[in-house]
Design a protein around this ligand. Structure first.
Ligand SMILES: N[C@@H](CCC(=O)N[C@@H](CS)C(=O)NCC(=O)O)C(=O)O
Length: 263
């Protein structure tokens, strides 16, 4: 068995897969791609993932893309320990959560991630390299990057819709946890592992207002964070707060360099 994961430290989609690999105790070769260097758009990587996004799992000769597909693949190919219910109806419920994740909060969380964290950095860096060129190179989400790359960010209605979707997600988790301790009840499943990076990201960005009425969600998060798998998946550099400190330090140097040149 030779597993290779193409991923990025702070990509929530990659974190889902890293958590699943860690829970299953699976070793893998890590191939971390740099978004700053746009390594996800390099021709060699596009040969294995034409969407130009991470994560991608390579298992022997087989290439598996899309984080939810990857975690379900891992569950089927490496069934122990089980991270899905044995009952068919419960499994269907698990898949409903996985689809909801893809369609609603995964998209929604991109808005504050870019608006609050990436955009201020992009504004400074892209002034030098040009926004339009960067947008053209994107495989997926040209529209998304086009909007970002105008340097203005998202409109108020777009931000409101994202907030609405994130709030709805936290409410659903809170409601599901009435039984607990995990989202589907007594068993830790792929649902917990795929939701955790989203909630971690929201907390990391300081979106605390979403959690004022969600004590069960915060307790659930603490339970997950206490598991050994968590630190394996969320190593140093995996949170935006780690990165922004780093980026801001770099940006301060960069700005300092520009200022001293013009002095
Ligand atoms: N449906 C895909 C989406 C993957 C995705 O959007 N990955 C992001 C990181 S979370 C990415 O690679 N972004 C690179 C980019 O935007 O250029 C999945 O679930 O794996």
């Amino acid at each position: 068995m030779t597993l290779t994961l193409y991923h990025s430290a702070y990509s929530t989609c990659s974190q889902k897969v890293r958590l699943t690999l860690a829970e299953k105790g699976l070793e893998y070769t890590s191939n971390e791609l740099s978004f700053a260097k746009q390594e996800q758009l390099e021709p060699d990587y596009l040969k294995i993932n034409p969407n130009g996004v991470v994560p991608t799992l390579v298992d022997g000769d087989d290439v598996i893309m899309d984080s939810s597909v990857i975690v379900e693949y891992l569950e089927e190919a490496y069934p122990t320990p089980a991270l899905s219910p044995s009952d068919t109806v419960e499994r269907a419920k698990m898949r409903v959560w996985l689809r909801f994740m893809e369609e609603v909060p995964t998209k929604a969380v991109r808005i504050p991630s870019f608006q609050r964290v990436f955009l201020p950095t992009l504004r400074l860096v892209k002034r030098r390299s040009g926004f339009a060129k960067d947008t053209d190179q994107r495989t997926l989400r040209k529209g998304f990057y086009g909007k970002m790359n105008k340097g203005q960010g998202f409109s108020d209605p777009e931000i409101e819709e994202s907030n609405h979707h994130l709030r709805m997600t936290v409410e659903r988790i809170e409601k599901a946890l009435v039984i607990g301790p995990w989202v589907l009840g007594g068993q830790l499943t792929l649902v917990d592992l795929t939701l955790a990076p989203l909630i971690d990201r929201m907390l990391d960005m300081g979106c605390l207002e979403f959690f004022e009425d969600a004590p069960k969600t915060l307790e659930w998060m603490a339970r997950l964070q206490a598991r050994p798998s968590y630190d394996q998946a969320f190593y140093k550099g995996a949170r935006l707060s780690d990165r922004t400190e780093f980026q801001y330090a770099k940006l301060r140097n960069w700005i300092g360099g520009i200022v001293s040149k013009s002095a």
